[in-house]
Design a protein around this ligand. Structure first.
Ligand code: HEM
Ligand code: HEM
Ligand SMILES: [Fe+2]
Length: 466
């Protein structure tokens, strides 16, 4: 860690750990409900649990992206954050809005639109909060000593994620129009601009962890950005098949979304190739495992399992079934959860000054959570395919089918228990690191403020822009 203001990242990361734990609790509530034991139904009905589970996920991932940006951007721009205090206020506001939203869901205060359940008044607060974040990061880059491709791609991804929140707020009472705009947010986030955030964070981690030349790592970034835009934008059409939009979307959505796995394949090859070619001297091998794992599992979960149901002829049968949940879990896990866990694994030792990254708990966390998630995906796949056959081919009633597939959810619960054990170890390791009290780099004997005020190292000053 080079700059004092990077410390704020820790508060975002700690928030991730808390919200992630809570998300898992709601996952289990739904798992048991699916298995036929909906014991909390009176207080937490399924739809409330589902909205809470998915919104907590989105919230902790966004907190993770923000923490990552506050940690990465000062180093890339070679200066302190432009408004360090604003970053803390923005963090507190995010937590307050998030907690209010989650409590509100339990009292029926919500919009009922999958993934965008947060009620409208809170949407405006989210917009203000994200604006404060984006401006702070933007000013830091703008006033920095250098502008790198990594920080530009990261910033552009974050900015566009903020902009693309707005279509979800367009007022309409037309069901088709509402679905149409909802996908601009949901799809263009995870299969568009979030991929840029992913590319930026992976690039930073790979440069730091492998010692590879920045130029080589960043060249790959251009390829990934290109592939993402080529396929992801019109790929939105794979959600327009059956919502009341014109027929041509079947063709456009089918063709372009079928190309989307290329971007994720690029991401996986990028991580593997650079990790193999670069030196592996960096002591934090756990962070490298999460980084490469993110590339690989995102390809499987998003690329491969996404492709599996993206062609209209297949989607006709699988649409809105547990096949979607199977893909949703591994895609979100591989691409975005593992990404956030990778940057936390990298940054925590630097932020706290305690290098506990090689503890057995850290390795255990990586393997156990991944094996658990693979098993969860398999359980949902079996349940999903059975549901498709019984409901859409045989023609059984929805609820009769749900009863038939109850037993697969015991498989899901067991797999999720394994996953939770792994995440428990990860959080334990995070807690063991303690508060963000680490020394600044090369700071022995010097007061922190002074180091922060010093000019950047000579080589960085000599190369103002790349
Ligand atoms: C990291 C990237 C991705 C994430 C996080 C992700 C996640 C999700 C989630 C959560 C849903 C359910 C959304 C809802 O119904 O509201 C979904 C649906 C879908 N995804 Fe992905 N996805 C990703 C990438 C992909 C890719 C690359 C493809 C295609 C190659 C794909 C194909 C689909 C399709 C076809 C659906 C609609 C399923 C249905 O009809 O019910 N996804 N995805
Ligand atoms: C560890 C315990 C977990 C359990 C038991 C669990 C279980 C479930 C269940 C039962 C559903 C509802 C499926 C339905 O609508 O019928 C669900 C939805 C979802 N979960 Fe989890 N989950 C867990 C963890 C996670 C994690 C770690 C992630 C992401 C990294 C995640 C992402 C999602 C998403 C995106 C959906 C919505 C899927 C869709 O739109 O179809 N879950 N989960
Ligand atoms: Fe999509």
């Amino acid at each position: 860690m080079k700059y004092e203001s990077q410390r704020v990242a820790w508060y975002f990361f700690a928030t991730c750990m808390l919200l992630f734990s809570l998300q898992i609790v709601y996952g289990f509530i739904m798992g048991f409900a699916h298995a036929g034991h909906d014991v909390l139904h009176e207080w937490i009905p399924f739809h409330t649990a589902r909205a809470t589970h998915t919104n907590l996920l989105v919230m902790w991932l966004l907190a993770g992206f923000m923490g990552a940006a506050y940690f990465i951007v000062p180093e890339e721009a070679d200066r302190e954050l432009y408004w360090p205090k604003l970053a803390y206020v923005q963090w507190a506001a995010l937590v307050i809005v998030g907690v209010t939203a989650v409590i509100g869901f339990h009292f029926g205060w919500w919009e009922g639109r999958k993934f965008l359940e947060i009620p409208r008044p809170l949407d405006y607060l989210v917009v203000v909060d994200v604006l404060a974040f984006v401006i702070n990061i933007g000013m830091t880059i703008w006033k920095g000593r250098r502008v790198t491709t990594t920080s530009s791609v990261l910033f552009f991804g974050l900015l566009m994620a903020a902009v693309l929140y707005l279509p979800g707020m367009i007022p309409t009472d037309n069901q088709t129009m509402d679905s149409y705009w909802r996908w601009w947010v949901v799809h263009l986030w995870v299969e568009g601009v979030w991929e840029l955030i992913m590319g930026g964070i992976l690039s930073y981690l790979l440069i730091k962890l492998t010692g590879m030349d920045r130029e080589i790592v960043e060249k790959w970034l251009y390829v990934i950005v290109g592939l993402t835009f080529l396929s992801g934008i019109l790929g939105t059409g794979h959600h327009y098949y059956f919502i009341g939009t014109p027929r041509y979307w079947l063709m456009i959505g089918g063709i372009f979304s079928a190309l989307e796995p290329l971007a994720f394949l690029g991401m996986a090859m990028y991580a593997i190739t650079i990790a193999r070619r670069g030196g592996r001297q960096h002591p934090n091998r756990t962070a490298l495992a999460w980084t490469v794992g993110c590339g690989v599992i995102s390809f499987v979960g998003a690329g491969f399992l996404g492709f599996a149901h993206t062609i209209p002829q297949v989607n006709l049968y699988t649409h809105g079934t547990l096949v979607t949940a199977m893909h949703g879990h591994m895609a979100f896990w591989g691409a975005y959860a593992m990404l956030v866990l990778a940057i936390i694994a990298y940054a925590t030792p630097a932020l706290t000054g305690r290098r506990l990254h090689d503890r057995p708990a850290a390795t255990f966390a990586f393997w156990t959570s991944n094996i658990g998630m693979i098993a969860m995906t398999l359980a949902l796949a079996v349940a999903g395919v059975t549901q498709v056959v019984l409901e859409r081919r045989v023609g059984m009633e929805f609820l009769d089918v749900q009863r038939e597939i109850e037993m697969h959810f015991w498989g899901l619960i067991m797999a999720a228990a394994l996953f939770t054990l792994g995440i428990g170890a990860y959080i334990w390791n995070f807690v063991q690191h303690g508060w963000p009290k680490g020394e600044l780099e090369g700071g022995e004997g010097q007061p922190r403020q002074e180091i922060a005020k010093q000019p950047a190292s000579d080589d960085a000053a000599a190369v103002p822009a790349e």
